[in-house]
Write a protein of this length. Structure first.
Length: 255
């Protein structure tokens, strides 16, 4: 999963942090494992962007509904006149690709190593544990070549960082190669993001009114914002699943 602050400056970063905590609580309640893979912190807290993996039974089938732009309406902590601001953060949920899902010629990968920075300790800046890979990927739709650059500094073990960088490369290529397919499917479902574009607004969190509105299903508004932000997404996701199943049934009948 990827969360990135959008419009709204520092407030958007704080909201991105709130979303990450919300998903962390949601995953914890379901017994799923969350592991942060990359993070860029905001100047006043929260995150400019944060990437993390979720591992657990059926997690993608549930979390896929979170892809899109999440909008928040509230009075920022930095607001001195009590005015309500609207900020946004984008969420992307990608299935992790297995080795057989994409074709990668590992002999064409260019590897570099570098010294990882850290919070101190004897090994910091002495061991080249960080890895950087460069891979030229051919777009199957256009034939154009594109360089993919991935860095990994998650551990002080270089082989583990290489393994994780390869995993992220497979996932990145999977996402790019199947993006058109995903978009085509999404466009057919009224209950999903209308265009398959990740920039489409899917949900609004209104703090003054204590409500959360999901814009993909008519009438899907709950008035328990505090519990939603504490990881209770079950009611919203259940409604989205029901709407998706109804749309699938309709499509099967029409076909």
């Amino acid at each position: 999963m990827e969360i990135r602050a959008g419009t709204g400056g520092d407030e958007a970063c704080l909201f991105a942090g709130d979303l990450f905590r919300m998903y962390s609580k949601f995953c914890e309640n379901r017994g799923w494992k969350v592991e942060v893979t990359s993070v860029s912190e905001g100047a006043s807290g929260g995150y400019k962007e944060i990437d993390f993996t979720v591992t657990g039974n059926g997690c993608y089938g549930i979390l896929k509904f979170e892809s899109g732009v999440h909008r928040v309406q509230r009075v920022p902590k930095t607001e001195t006149q009590g005015r309500i601001h609207t900020s946004a953060a984008s969420v992307a949920v990608l299935p992790e690709a297995e080795e057989f899902d994409v074709e990668i010629n590992e002999g064409e990968i260019k590897w570099d190593t570098f010294r990882s920075s850290g919070a101190g300790g004897q090994n910091v800046n002495k061991v080249e544990s960080g890895v950087r890979l460069r891979y030229m990927w051919k777009n199957p739709n256009t034939g154009e070549m594109q360089e993919i650059l991935i860095e990994c500094t998650e551990t002080r073990d270089q082989p583990k960082n290489r393994e994780r960088a390869l995993s992220r490369l497979r996932t990145r290529i999977y996402d790019m190669e199947y993006q058109k397919y995903i978009s085509d499917i999404s466009a057919k479902r009224k209950t999903m993001v209308s265009t398959g574009d990740r920039s489409a607004k899917i949900r609004t969190y209104n703090y003054p009114q204590g409500r959360v509105t999901d814009h993909r299903v008519e009438g899907l508004t709950v008035y328990n914002l505090a519990t939603v932000m504490d990881g209770d997404l079950d009611e919203i996701i259940n409604r989205l699943q029901m709407a998706e199943n109804a749309e699938r049934l309709k499509e099967n009948i029409e076909s």
